[in-house]
Design a protein around this ligand. Sequence first.
Ligand code: PMP
Length: 377
Amino acid sequence: MTSLSDLPIRDDLRGRTPYGAPQKVVPVALNVNENTHPVPEDVAADIVARVAAAIGGVNRYPDREFTELRTAFAGYLGHGLTAENIWAANGSNEVLQHILQAFGGPGRSLLGFAPTYSMYPLLASGTGTDWIAARRDAGFELSPETAAEQIARLDPDIVILCSPNNPTGTPLSLATIEAAYDAARGIVIVDEAYAEFMPEGEPSALTLLPGRPRLLISRTMSKAFAFAGARVGYLAADPAVVDALRLVRLPYHLSAITQAAALGALAHADEMLAMVGEIRSQRDRLVSELARLGYTPHRSGSNFVLFGNVADPHAVFEALLERGILIRDVGIPNHLRVTAGTEAETTAFLEGLAALGRPAPVDAERTSNPAPVNSQS
Ligand code: PMP
């Protein structure tokens, strides 16, 4: 048996750990920020019919430019966008990888504000890009000044802003995004994977696109659209950015089956997104109930809540798992993260946690602004 260290693997990949959120079969899975509501039956039937029709043509390569899908995404996003502004790939992770392949690479750097999404440093290392973990303000907030000062000082080639941020749930103000853009000399990505869960009427970074050719907004169908298993992510940016991404994608990277399924889901966007309001209210319920139980939830514009005042996160994680409830230990001291599920799942979590007893206060110093770490979700 050969071990990994015996192989002539790239030096910069030695000792790295792959992405590895646990995939356990449990009654209540609230660990990877999925939408726990299934696709409505009538929508599923239409998607199946479209996929069946696509199968009839799979002897041929699919539309390499996925023009119909790009047009549909532009229609969904609005803001005057057209197909030329849109890119898509197998999950927004692949969209981000395309961006790093085109704009990052050896000798270049990617800066993010930790704690943030664990795939950013992994995507950086996979593309030979240096990862720079910048810091946040207290309570995981990020002011325009804090963002701009570090970008100006650390001078990265690419900045990635996650809004709302995983794993903290923190939304960014447009003022912070504008300040980051003005301070950066290169590409600025806003990862809006959870944008649909923001309070209604809250503006998206899409409103900032006109006149900002270095601004890229990535989105996904994995969360609000309840389409994580289909693997569809997309991006809105200046058409020149799309031209750059075309240089690094593999030919025909979006299968005919994926394109058909995504088009089906988008054709029923209203029904697919029907549960977003309910998920938001379970999220808000988590915030108020966690506080009532003696924990310190952070404000969230997403479909999950990070909460502190957990003396021993590993012990609480295990105790809940014993009851069939899977949440996430994201490696932030004294914190755990939980996804807002259906009403019944959220109740199961809150009751399971309450059964563990009221937590004693944990030293606030350690929980308010811990050292940068990254989460996996
Ligand atoms: N961005 C963020 C912030 C995420 O949390 C995730 C998934 N957990 C993704 C991107 C990637 O999602 P996908 O590849 O399924 O679109």
